[in-house]
Design a protein around this ligand. Structure first.
Ligand code: Q9C
Ligand code: ZN
Length: 360
């Protein structure tokens, strides 16, 4: 297995987020990928690579140009605004948290000029602070996912892992939240379709399997009306868990994308007894779609030890999960999403990767 990592993630260094109404230390930290990398290195798992600077046309196909511009420039524009208001500002210490949102009965149809307004316009929550290095970090994570797909398409490996942060599956075409800015899994799937088309395929297709505890609302919304990407997600019932406002079973796609969106929500407290059959159903749906490749949005936050989630998977269950996906026998790009239990993160990820590895 080839594993792509980029050091740019270190610039995305936030101190605190709002969690259930209180300001708490960020769960999504650089420690997460450090712990996974050292665990994999100790067990000599996989071959680590730095990503090549591949063209990222797919990034511009997935996200709107105004949103890409926003993510790239917001931190410096926010700091300039504070300075203009007379505050002395050290940009490295400034963390942007939105505070006013265009909810029902407010104007959602135009982007405000104010930087404060813009942050609320593009945000979905108050858990996703932006720091000076957030843009470079999220871009580096997308580049790792694109490199994973490129290596698969070139036949260099059958399984590739993008060990990156921040995660991506809550990011929509023009929205950030849930610790996510760019949707790496979506860009990876789009890059794969582009490569297949450039080699002459007329109707290529890719499946995305999302096994993070939280529903991948961004990925769902990006592909909701398309039939070249099948999105299948197992997650906590949004009636009880973040992101609350998407991820129900009856969301099955729209227009050409009808029946290409499959949500398998599970109750809080679910363990392998519930997760295993849902994964089996997901495998059958993906197999019948017959895609040329598989992108897995992998979150380790389904583990029983996770501090912000509510499933009860054991470390051994992660190996079974990987093994079941491996049975599809599809070239597979694994993209890191959530997982916040730092004491088991390395081991659970290792067990999953060892289970899914087609190169072993
Ligand atoms: N009361 C990912 O795992 N905050 N994102 C939840 C619950 C946001 C998780 C607050 C959780 C986002 C990629
Ligand atoms: Zn998650």
């Amino acid at each position: 297995m080839l594993i792509f990592t980029s050091d740019s993630h270190r610039g995305h260094a936030r101190s605190s987020e709002f969690f259930r109404g209180s300001l708490v230390p960020c769960f999504e930290s650089a420690l997460r990928t450090d712990l996974i990398q050292s665990y994999l290195e100790v067990y000599k798992f996989g071959e680590f690579r730095s990503p090549d600077a591949l063209p990222m046309v797919a990034l511009e196909q997935i996200h709107s140009s105004e949103y890409l511009q926003f993510v790239q420039t917001i931190h410096s524009r926010w700091c300039q605004k504070l300075q203009a208001e007379g505050q002395s500002v050290a940009p490295e210490t400034v963390e942007i948290i939105p505070h006013t949102f265009p909810t029902r009965h407010l104007n959602q149809n135009s982007v405000p000029n104010s930087v404060y307004g813009q942050v609320g316009y593009y945000a979905m929550d108050t858990a996703t602070p932006i720091t000076a290095g957030s843009y470079e970090a999220t871009r580096g994570a997308t580049l790792c996912a694109v490199n994973a797909v490129q290596a698969l398409a070139e036949g260099k490996t059958a399984t590739a892992f993008s060990l990156s942060r921040p995660p991506g599956h809550h990011a929509s075409s023009d929205g950030f939240g849930g610790y996510c800015f760019f949707n790496h899994a979506a860009v990876a799937a789009q890059h794969w379709l582009n490569l297949l088309r450039s080699k002459g395929a007329t109707t290529p297709s890719i499946a995305i399997l999302d096994v993070d505890f939280h529903h991948g609302n961004g990925t769902q919304s990006i592909f909701y009306d398309r039939n070249d990407v099948l999105f299948v997600s197992i997650h906590a019932d949004p009636a009880e868990a973040y992101p609350y406002f998407l991820g129900l079973r009856d969301e099955t796609g729209h227009g050409e994308g009808i029946d290409c969106n499959v949500n398998l929500p599970l109750a809080l407290g679910s363990g392998w007894g519930e997760f295993g059959p849902a994964l089996q159903a997901a495998m059958e749906r993906i197999a019948s779609f017959s895609p040329q490749g598989l992108v897995v949005s992998f979150g380790a936050d389904t583990h029983e030890a996770d501090p912000i989630s509510g499933f009860r998977l054991s470390t051994a269950n992660f190996n079974r999960m990987g093994n079941m996906i491996r049975e599809l026998n599809l070239p597979t790009a694994i993209v890191m999403e959530g997982g916040y239990a730092v004491n088991i993160l390395g081991e659970a990820t290792y067990e999953f990767l060892n289970g899914i590895d087609l190169d072993r």
